[in-house]
Design a protein around this ligand. Structure first.
Ligand code: MF3
Ligand code: CO
Ligand code: CO
Length: 254
């Protein structure tokens, strides 16, 4: 069942999404060679608590940390660790989800660490474009399948693959609600998009093949071929006329 948020619920979604967005903006300055993903986790954790919220990933189905930190060949759900120290040329995705006043807001960004190779920079740019093209599809009367259709067409034409094992999701009182928002597929398929829906769009795009595997820690998803992967995520509200990006940062176009 896909929940339609009331006016009051939408205001609460705005608040939690703003905090998730602010956390990503806050952490950006700390991302540089030599810092560990554990340190970045601690900074995000403290920032979220200081603003009266709880980091949704912490203890979510046993996840041990407050944010996901996914480096290079990690597709998603990377666990922050003292052993993972950023180095020049890395790419790091930080995925922040906040729980504030009983509502979740979810957003992530892939950051460049120092000087990143042109090939990888292009991967990151294309991944961002995939997310934005998916978001552009969101309007009442459209279908959830329209999102994945444009994302996969754009990525595949440029020679990248789209991860199919993980997808976007409805969000609100629950971290993961209906509908599933797949990042591949066919126009006109899936649930109809209606005003008051809130869901994420969060494509994971790979330089190599789409396949991933979960490491022995039970969480970290890496590409099978070890080629690098990027991701961006926003929480979207469907409005009467189109959509609003609830987690839009100041470094992005509206
Ligand atoms: N934030 C992720 C998402 O975009 C989910 C992380 S679940 C966790 O859906 F348990 F790994 F934190
Ligand atoms: Co999400
Ligand atoms: Co997320």
């Amino acid at each position: 069942m896909i929940s339609i948020k009331s006016k009051r619920e939408i205001e609460l979604m705005r608040k939690t999404c703003e905090l998730a967005k602010n956390t990503l903006e806050y952490i950006e300055d700390f991302i540089k060679p030599g810092v560990s993903t554990e340190e970045l986790n601690t900074l995000c954790h403290e920032y979220i608590l200081k603003h009266g919220a709880y980091p949704s990933p912490l203890d979510y189905h046993g996840f041990p940390k407050s944010v996901c930190t996914s480096l290079n060949e990690v597709i998603c759900h990377g666990i922050p660790s003292e052993k993972d120290i950023l180095k020049d040329g890395d790419i790091l995705n930080i995925d922040v989800t906040t729980y504030l006043n009983k509502f979740h807001g979810d957003t992530n960004k892939t950051f460049l660490v120092g000087n990143v190779s042109p090939e990888v920079r292009k991967l990151v740019e294309v991944t961002y474009e995939c997310m934005r093209k998916g978001i552009d599809q969101v309007k009442p009367g459209g279908h959830i399948g329209d999102i994945g259709a444009v994302i996969s067409e754009y990525a595949n034409d440029l020679g990248y693959s789209v991860v199919e094992d993980y997808c976007g999701h409805g969000i609100g009182r629950e971290f993961h609600e209906d509908p599933q928002v797949v990042h591949v597929g066919k126009r006109g398929t899936g649930a109809q998009i209606k005003p008051g829906m809130t869901f994420t769009i969060e494509p994971m795009i790979n330089l190599g093949k789409k396949d991933g595997k979960v490491l022995k820690d039970g969480w970290t998803v890496v590409t099978k071929d070890k080629k690098w992967s990027a991701q961006f995520e926003h929480t979207i509200l469907v409005t009467e006329t189109g959509h609003e990006i609830l987690t839009l940062r100041s470094d992005e176009k509206a």
